[in-house]
Design a protein around this ligand. Structure first.
Ligand SMILES: [Zn+2]
Length: 480
């Protein structure tokens, strides 16, 4: 506490602030335990391979995690996998394979997508079906305390009684009397109130099921997150994250279950904005071209990460190819400066600290867009210093640019990206381009400028832009 009674984070006098969905205000971040930050993120429902709309949340919260780490916190990230749900079961039926084959296949696709976009693996990644005992315990606690009940129609469903929890609706700023039915069952015959939501779904013929004291059935989506966050992060933890579309009913229901069971639950609620195409939420029908393997054919993975991370995490991204290529070009201006800087001054290590202006932007509810504006200012100054041949200035600016990019997982020279599949290929392309450039130089020497230009045009047609500099020609990949 400081003089005016406000709680302030005191790690090195840093005041880290986040917009908290629950209070609808920007709040100073004070962790439950000093120096530690516990973070729960609703992960994938592995019913289909991911498109960029799914992965945005992973990238946004990876930036949060990295910034917390930069600020000295030891971060525990729990991101769940919903490996059972209606769509997984339906897809399995239509393909004639077991439900777990669908889950496994898509979970691998998600893991691969997170990896190639440079998201650090979560500390723990629990799967719903591996935590049925924890869910049974939570249901028992809620039934015993009068917050939940077994369905009255013999279906085997277990429902949460929303009227038993006075705060229901607080997160999404709704009043119970204005809410409609939960719509999560075929009929509401077993419910005391249509707004009550299913925590557990009784077994239906041909569907996977697990044994409980209330009969066989399968986990509901909301219940798994309450049970698994408690298991791995404790009854009270720091930050709960997810997409804005999860605020209601999913997160509202998680709060009802966990606080109904006597836990403090999440202390801060952070939600990322959605990714739309032409203003509409992405749906599977037009999402196929935006699957991750397709996307990284359009731009490099690090450029895709830049595209997803550059907007404020709470803003909506309306996807277009043009905007993607613009972002890739913006990133290439940064990486191009770093390459030219290295050519002039040799290897540049990241500075120990990021510039204050960058840090201030990130501390203020993770304003990556403002932070990247600082990066681009550095690049502009750095390019001027390159032209002036001011070596020390170039080295200093490049070191700071690397530090800033590294803090958000975008440093192209970092081990993480240098080790990505692209670099080996780059060496091969570099060797091939060198051969072509030697031939171009030979043509110029004999004053055959038509032949020299043709070589340059052919390289450009192959996506390689050649630029003549005082230090000789250099090349860059130009995609899109
Ligand atoms: Zn969840």
């Amino acid at each position: 506490m400081n003089g005016d009674g406000r709680e302030t984070a005191t790690l090195g006098n840093v005041s880290l602030r986040f917009y908290d969905t629950r209070t609808r205000t920007v709040r100073d971040f004070t962790p439950l335990r000093e120096g530690c930050a516990s973070l729960y993120l609703c992960g994938a429902t592995v019913q289909a391979p991911p498109h960029i709309g799914h992965i945005r949340s992973g990238v946004n919260f990876d930036v949060l995690r990295r910034w917390l780490m930069y600020r000295g916190y030891s971060v525990t990230l729990c991101r769940n996998v919903t490996d059972i749900d209606d769509k997984i079961i339906n897809t399995a039926h239509s393909e004639g394979v077991p439900w777990w084959e669908i889950s496994e296949r898509n979970q691998r696709a998600f893991t691969h997508a997170y990896d190639i976009l440079g998201c650090l693996p979560p500390t723990v990644e629990p799967r719903a079906t591996g935590h049925v005992p924890e869910m049974i315990e939570l249901m028992r606690t809620l039934i015993d305390s009068g917050h939940a009940y077994e369905a009255g129609d013999g279906s085997g469903d277990v429902y949460f009684d929303v009227r038993s929890f006075p705060d229901y609706g607080a997160l999404s700023n709704q009043r119970l009397e204005q809410m409609r039915g939960a719509g999560d069952t075929d009929t509401d015959s077993g419910k005391r109130d249509p707004r009550d939501f299913a925590m557990w779904k009784g077994a239906r013929p041909g569907e996977p099921s697990w044994d409980t004291p209330w009969g066989r059935g399968r986990p509901g989506w909301h219940l798994e997150c309450s049970a698994m966050s408690t298991k791995y992060l404790g009854g009270t933890f720091d930050i709960h994250g997810g997409g804005l579309d999860l605020v209601f009913p999913h997160h509202e229901n998680e709060i009802a279950q966990s606080q109904g069971a006597g836990h403090g639950f999440a202390r801060y609620w952070l939600h990322n904005g959605l990714l739309t195409t032409s203003g509409e939420k992405m749906s599977k029908s037009f999402g196929n071209s935006l699957l991750i393997p397709q996307m990284v054919r359009k731009v490099r993975p690090i450029e895709l990460r830049y595209y997803l991370a550059q907007a404020h995490y709470r803003s909506t991204i309306d996807y277009s190819d043009e905007a993607l290529y613009e972002a890739a070009a913006a990133f290439q201006r940064i990486s191009g400066f770093l390459t030219r800087a290295a050519e002039m001054v040799g290897t540049v290590e990241p500075a120990a600290e990021v510039p204050e202006e960058f840090a201030a932007a990130m501390d203020d509810d993770l304003s990556v867009s403002q932070g990247l504006a600082v990066v681009h200012n550095h690049v502009r100054d750095g390019n001027a210093a390159l032209t002036d041949g001011a070596k020390d200035r170039v080295a200093e600016l490049a070191a700071r640019v690397r530090a800033m990019l590294g803090a958000v997982g975008l440093d192209p020279f970092s081990e993480q990206w240098a080790g990505s599949g692209d670099s080996g290929l780059r060496e091969v392309v570099d060797a091939l381009v060198s051969v072509a450039l030697e031939q171009r130089q030979a043509a110029r020497s004999r004053k055959d400028y038509a032949a020299a230009d043709e070589i340059r045009d052919q390289l450009l047609a192959a996506g390689i832009a050649v630029e003549d500099t005082p230090r000789g020609p250099r090349w860059e990949l130009r995609r899109g």
